[in-house]
Design a protein around this ligand. Structure first.
Ligand SMILES: *Cc1c(COP(=O)(O)O)cnc(C)c1O
Length: 543
């Protein structure tokens, strides 16, 4: 519930107007208690200031010792402390066109409510005329206090709480872009790239339109195409392998480690040997369409996926890749902000790719991604690929590329989010520790190997079996707690990859995890009480 507070209510509370102060304050308290949000309209500052000054002057009319300046000072201080716990709703241009309405000021407030989802916000007021003219959009303090308390629900990812934390910066950044109007490759894009280079300690960051395009651009920069084998995990989001196939290359799946859920380096070595010798007895390989022989492929690259926010085993993967001259493209879509022996995720291979999809640890308000590398020549190629393969100028095309730019508006949003990202990572890690400490018995909790840190894109648990998982999820559902399954079907058995000829049983660890894994709510704003509720449900489901 969102409540926009009309001036009369502010005056009730600040100036303790009798007999309304109590009911007005109770309404604000009722809203807060239910986790609702209180708002002041930015366009009402002047009305608040003069309104409160006049009210105080009226109350003190009999007191000759109080000067006008003192009253002014007093009213400002009151407003300052009142507003400290309240959100400001910015005034937008569309709300100003109100002079044909019988009550322009009231009409303006009602229009401001349109920015909230339909009927989720009300104007809190005692003004009879407003209550009568806009019965759907307004509510009085007494009536509001009579509303039954809503059932609190725990969000899986809480983007609303984060938005509250950075609203002023977000709105300022977005408005700056609206005013300068450089929507494509505006100054915010370069600023974001510099900040991300510093964050990951890489030489070059090339932002782009999504995590999927980041991976696609990375493969293109490495010259991957038909006949090339690209090794990757089957236990990941579809995009990781999709881009390999999109370029006509062949995904070669390598099963995961059952503890970290990341690509198993021992199996990578076997799979590379299998491809080099075209010998499927060494490791399950993609088959030719009309024979049971493996395809003849050149081993070219590996895409380790830092699943759920935990970096893969790069010391071993990079060693194996070095021996066979493979490119290492890190899929850091879920792991930006994690560390591997002091190094940042995104910087752990030849090229790192990340995603700013809203639900990722550093998520924007739409699609976005970035590619990282220390290699200057790769960086130049990536910049060219991002914009249709541009050469020396806009109408010189040196290669085939894509339209892969990040929108300036998205960069402006991410700049505001990046400010609090280190703090958010810390809070995610604290939440994960609380889960793990309390969950020791009964379920396999996530393991972070020594020297590594996770950003906890997901907090994933393994149930004893598929039925056990179903029971646990039902126990959570009964208390209104969301859970999710990442990922229910490994990629080697997806229909889209049927032509590779993989069989169920080829990647036993991934297949087993897909049957038993599930994720519980995880975000930086998760409260300890909420985690306790999750744990209670899991305990019930474990009986
Ligand atoms: C989200 C994700 C992607 C794709 O990122 P988009 O920005 O959604 O295109 C790729 N790989 C992994 C592991 C992901 O989680």
């Amino acid at each position: 519930m969102d409540l926009l507070i009309n001036i009369d209510i502010v005056l009730d509370v600040c100036a303790e107007r009798h007999p309304h102060a109590e009911a007005s304050a109770a309404a604000l308290q009722h809203c807060r208690k239910q986790g609702g949000r209180l708002w002041l309209y930015a366009g009402s500052v002047q009305g608040l200031e003069t309104g409160l000054f006049q009210e105080l002057a009226r109350q003190k009319a009999e007191d000759p010792d109080v000067s006008r300046d003192q009253l002014l000072e007093q009213s400002r201080k009151m407003l300052q402390s009142f507003a400290a716990e309240i959100n400001w709703l910015a005034a937008l241009a569309a709300e100003g066109d109100v002079f044909s309405a019988p009550d322009p000021a009231g009409e303006q407030l009602i229009r401001a409510l349109d920015r909230f989802p339909a009927e989720s916000a009300r104007l809190l007021t005692r003004d009879r005329r407003l209550l009568k003219t806009y019965p759907q959009q307004t509510i009085s303090p007494d009536e509001f206090c009579r509303l039954p308390a809503a059932d609190p629900s725990i969000p899986f990812v809480d983007l609303g709480a984060q938005q509250e934390a950075i609203r002023p910066e977000l709105e300022a950044n977005i408005h700056t872009v609206l005013h300068h109007g450089r929507f494509i490759m505006g100054p915010e894009v370069g600023q974001l790239e510099q900040r991300l280079e510093a964050f990951t300690r890489t030489r070059h960051c090339i932002t782009c339109s999504s995590g999927t395009d980041a991976l696609l651009m990375a493969l293109m920069a490495c010259g991957i195409g038909p006949g090339d084998a690209v090794f990757t995990s089957p236990f990941t989001f579809f995009a990781t392998a999709e881009v390999i196939a999109l370029l006509g290359a062949t995904p070669v799946f390598v099963d995961i480690d059952p503890i970290t859920f990341n690509l198993d380096p021992d199996k990578l070595e076997s799979a590379v040997q299998g491809v080099l010798k075209s010998d499927a007895s060494l490791y399950p390989l993609p088959q030719n369409q009309n024979s049971s022989r493996p395809q003849q492929l050149r081993a070219k690259a590996v895409i380790p996926v830092d699943l759920f926010g935990l970096p893969s085993d790069y010391d071993r993967i990079n060693t194996i890749a070095g021996q066979h001259a493979l490119w290492v493209i890190e899929d850091a879509a879920q792991s930006l902000g994690a560390t591997y022996h002091g190094r940042q995720a995104g910087s752990l291979g030849h090229i790192g790719c990340t995603s700013f999809f809203p639900a990722k640890p550093l998520g924007g308000y739409g699609d976005g991604g970035a590619v990282f590398t220390d290699d200057q020549s790769l960086a130049r190629d990536l910049q060219s690929i991002r914009v249709h393969g541009t050469g020396s100028d806009k109408y010189d095309n040196a290669r085939i590329g894509i339209n892969g730019r990040m929108d300036t508006l998205q960069a402006a949003v991410l700049l505001a989010k990046l400010d609090i990202f280190p703090q958010e990572i810390k809070r995610r890690q604290e939440a994960a520790e609380r889960y793990s400490k309390l969950l020791k018995a009964g379920l396999q909790t996530p393991c972070v190997p020594p020297g590594l840190s996770s950003v906890w894109a997901q907090y994933a648990l393994l149930a004893r079996s598929g039925e056990h998982r179903q029971k646990l999820q039902q126990a959570l559902q009964a208390r209104n707690i969301p859970s999710a399954i990442y990922y229910p079907k490994p990629l080697h058995v997806q229909s889209a990859f049927a032509s590779l000829g993989y069989q169920p049983g080829d990647m036993p660890v991934s297949e087993d995890c897909a049957e038993r894994i599930f994720s519980v709510p995880m975000h930086p704003y998760l409260r300890e009480e909420e985690q306790n509720t999750v744990l209670e449900c899991l305990r019930e489901g474990m009986l």
